[in-house]
Design a protein. Sequence first.
Lengths: 360, 365, 310
Amino acid sequence: MILRRTLLAAAATALALTSGAFADGHEKLKVGFVYVGSIGDGGWTYEHNQSRLAVDEAFGDKVETIYQESVPEGADAERVMTQMALSGAKLIFTTSFGYMDPTINVAAKFPDVKFEHATGYKTADNVSTYSARFYEGRAVQGHIAGKMTKTNKIGYIASFPIPEVIRGINSAYLHAKRVNPDVEFNIIWAFTWEDPAKEADAAKTLIEQGADVILQHTDTTAPLTVAAENEGVIGFGQASDMAQFKDGPRVSSIIDNWAPYYIDRVKAVMDGTWETVQTWDGIDTGMVEIGEITDRVPADIKAEAEAMIEAMRTGAYHPFTGPINKQDGTPWLADGEVADDGTLAGMSFYIEGLTGDIPQ
Amino acid sequence: MYKLEKRPNPSNLWAYLTPFLALIATMIAGGIMFWMLGKPPVDAIRTIFWDPLFNEQFAAYSRPQLLVKAAPLILIAIGLSIGFKAGVWNIGAEGQYVIGALCGAAVALAAYPLEAWWIFPAMVTAGAVGGFIWAMIPAILKIKLGTNEILVSLMLVYVALELLSSMSVGVLRNPDGNGFPGSRNLQQYASAHNAEIWQGSSVHWGVVAAFSAVVLAYVLMSKHRLGFQIKLAGAAPKAARFAGVNPHVITAVCLGISGALAGMAGMFEVAGPAGQVSIDFASGYGFTAIIVAFLGRLNPWGILAAGLLMSLTYIGGELAQFIIGLPASAISAFQGMLLFFLLAGELLVNYRIRRAAPRTVKEAV
Amino acid sequence: MDWSAINPAFYVASVMVAATPLLLAAIGELVVEKTGVLNLGVEGMMIIGAVCGFITAVETGSPSLGFVGGALGGAALSVVFAVLTQFFLTSQVPTGLALTLFGLGASAMVGQSYVGIVPPKMPQLMSGADLNAFERIVLGHDAMLYIGLAIPVAVWAVLRFSRLGLILRAVGEDHNAAHALGYKVMWIRFGAIVFGGACAGLGGAYLSLVRVPQWTEGMTTGAGWIALALVVFASWRPLLIILGAYIFGGIAILQLNLQAAGSTIPVEYLSMSPYVITIFVLVLLSALHKYGISRAQAPAMLGRSFHASN
């Protein structure tokens, strides 16, 4: 008995020591990241990983970050998250929409582990969601594209018909049309996020059909490499800055900058102040960053674009401000009316002027 | 001079020994690769092969997960192995897997939100029938016109994948899903959910089906007349014809069985671990199963072992990724090496190395 | 939709570029299959060729050397297949699949630090925006595209007219007879496999150096499998490989053109059309064979291991 009690006491002391150590910041907080692509994809997953490195940088030896790349959505994702939680991770970021249900399932099994799911809409006591208002960046792209196109044809390489992508098309078109009533959008649905050969062929096709601006909502730099070979064609970096094309076709970019959010949430777990939130941030918090607008864009257009960025930063301007009609001509937003987040989040219709149908 | 001599019968001793030799060789070669990547080789190998089974932190969870991950591989591989024995090359199990999942899920989604006992059996049937029909396309073309079944079944994989993405954003899309692609989650629909059978075990009906398939295939191939005919058709097509075996029937039966099993595997997966039809639902089980079938020497028990081994490298590979920081690509290269060694080891089973007398000119001719 | 938006000269030129990687990989596999070996590892050899070609081109600054690197890379991986299947007598189907698995992983490992780099550009005979249709289609390409067209012609000539061709075919039609005649079946197959690997490597390098051009993990996205289909599609006739590759590339590019021009045909049907049409052609060909209008030419020993028993 005595032996046992001593052991217990020792255990209690050890426990006190470790929890004390935790408060002192000697015990590392383990943070997990689940990626859908490889960290070398140069786009979506690459930026998530850069932001993970920023977490390492910000907290030094107070955190230990672990990650797993190329995790298929579905059954495998659920296992990966469970194993991460079992390995002692206290905060897990799941960075693709398809991880939504697995995240909710695993979170139910580990109530003391916090989960952060990107681009989803389901939350729980220990599950927050976060996403970025990329359509703000698309508005800037649309403006520059509408002003700079000489052929009045803008090519758009879309991935899958999901609200995120449809919002982007609508936002870009709205702002292109506003500055150039003759503008026309040619849209190719690639049905892939990452297939360089197909993206390159799509860009080539669009250029051959007269487009001189290529907007892309797929993740590789292939469309930019094609644009680089065609004089007078411009494009934009997607998800990442794609700065290697700055001397060529890339005139600006939309950068996903998750670092401030990640650092914020890691800190919240350390401080014990973490609670469920649904974050949808844009240019204002820096989650959506507009990459440098190059000198290829004439100074006046650049100034207008920067003014627009500034207006969105301060909240003075919302890209979806009425009057806007839907594709079939029925009114959506009245004059001066601003779109509500619910409609935007589930957007599944084109606005007036776009041709073609969204694939169903 | 050494030379190879074919054994009259495969060696039993080597049949059991070579997989272990291959494993050791892989560990050495893989260890060198990990070391060159700047990762601790011994830790990496231990994490891949040991931790999923015996690590205190993970094993309780990982052990049943091995079964869950192996189940579709085994179920598909069993079907394929029967065809391979007969010389019927179904390379398109991935497509049959996807179609089975779509059919199974479609039945559930059509019945939603009705709760009834017959829904799950109906889904299993629909999944099997879907895979069966998809496999009958190459079968009928082969029988009627002699079209190569390898190519047709392979092309049908791509057609099935396009159907999958079309269905996920179209007909089967969850109407309450805020416009996102993907169907309703069947895990939240009790009558359709391929749930775990024992609490906390993660073992679902697909695992049961996989084990049953192993036993049934064993009985079919070693005890039943049809199994004999299948083997005969593969080993000696002409002799089979004289013995009254109809090659068309064999083609249809083999493709049909493998298609139905692949379809069922897809259905169990979509209704269980995956939960929903989504664009990324297909993850290559249909192709990996071909490797599993051969690693198992087309023998049901061998396939069971091979499926579990593949599953171990998947799960161990996942652990090695986030514990040691091995890139996902290193794991797939490592799996490739393991397969090379396992396949190379077959040599010792079927052949023996003999010291040969210097050849005379006559012998060489 | 607006048909006038599709410029035929541009379209044909794009098809030629899109078809070249398939064509290169397929002609290599054709030679391999002619000797009776089925190598399902084309995808793996292509991606290794893509990464090796890319790295060589970036490091040396020369795209031509890049193609040499790509061919060597593909050939090196095929040696693994050749050793396993010819000396260790492994089954060809799983060995080929394992080759693909290994190639995809190894290429991603090697190529990690080459993501996002722009490779040196392969010069074209004529380039610029003001080419006429003839110049664009016939002269507006890089040297490799013409080499790609020349290889099938050369393979056709060798198989048809030369002694080497006769030996290759003999090995594929009846390896026991070829062995009895004193040919070293294993080494002939070994050579054919390595040639196939080099061609697949060239195809991969064309993808990463010309068609896209960049390096991304898994960038072949199934091209190797299509190449395998093309061999059967062409009924093992080298010149038909060119036709097959152009038809396949043609449909793939056409569906993008139709979309961009505002076609109302649903995207998913357009995307699956290359595969469905391949099946139709296969069916048509086999129907022709069946009714004796044309001969099937699958090598008799395809997929069978050979071991000299004496």
